[in-house]
Design a protein around this ligand. Structure first.
Ligand code: TMP
Length: 215
């Protein structure tokens, strides 16, 4: 008997978008539906990729890490993560819930840092095995609102130390990417209270599940 391949669902958004709350709601829904899944995050998701994350996001390198190094680090982490964990899980029929994936590189390294799209696309192709999520939630909210929420959470990491204009470019790049793949993306207004945001995500998830999993 052949196993049905698992699905990859990713969650994206700027700083302070409220991904954690939404991800918890989605995890609960998948459990209710008896869908086997694992949760992970990027950069990170394996011991080596987590070590690369610590290096990539450390405030120690603020103003000293060049854009090319940053791009290669996030893809070094992803190359490991995809091969060691995500692909084996999907092949075994387990679903994967990812707190960020390659869209974040198009938004942060592409939009934010100005790295050429075709360069990121090439990395996606060989370093990330051209793996695309089946469904992506983009939690969109004004930059200032998100940064204020992130500040309430704790000290800023190297990315969060960037100027607001950087995050405006990130936001625009995410929205452009969502517009390019409307069948995969669900854009969610994340400026609303957490429960409302989670409800919208669950509604969209249920509608999508109805198309991919028999009830
Ligand atoms: P977060 O998971 O807490 O949101 O933090 C991850 C940070 O790393 C966030 O600032 C976005 C950034 N990032 C990139 O710049 N490029 C990437 O490809 C990924 C996955 C994350």
């Amino acid at each position: 008997m052949s196993t049905t391949r698992g699905r990859l669902i990713s969650f994206e958004g700027g700083e302070g978008a409220g991904k954690s709350t939404v991800i918890q709601a989605v995890q609960a829904r998948l459990r209710e539906r008896a869908i086997g899944f694992e949760s992970t995050r990027e950069p990170g998701g394996t011991p080596l990729a987590e070590a690369i994350r610590a290096l990539a996001l450390s405030a120690e390198w603020q103003g000293r890490m060049c854009a090319e190094t940053e791009l290669l680090l996030v893809f070094a982490a992803r190359a490991q993560h995809v091969r060691e964990r995500i692909l084996p899980l999907l092949e075994a029929g387990t679903w994967v819930i990812a707190d960020r994936f390659t869209d974040a590189s198009f938004a942060y390294q592409g939009g934010g840092r100005g790295q050429p799209e075709e360069r990121i696309r090439a990395l996606e192709s060989w370093a990330a095995c051209d793996l695309q999520p089946d469904l992506t939630f983009l939690l969109d909210l004004p930059v200032q609102t998100g940064l204020a929420r992130a500040d309430a959470r704790g000290p800023r990491d190297r990315m969060e130390l960037e100027q607001e204009s950087f995050f405006e470019r990130v936001r625009v790049a995410y929205l452009r990417r969502a517009a390019q793949s409307p069948e995969r993306f669900r854009i969610i207004d994340a400026s609303r209270p957490r429960e409302e945001v989670a409800d919208s995500v669950l509604q969209a998830l249920d509608a999508w599940l109805a198309t991919v999993v028999p009830a």
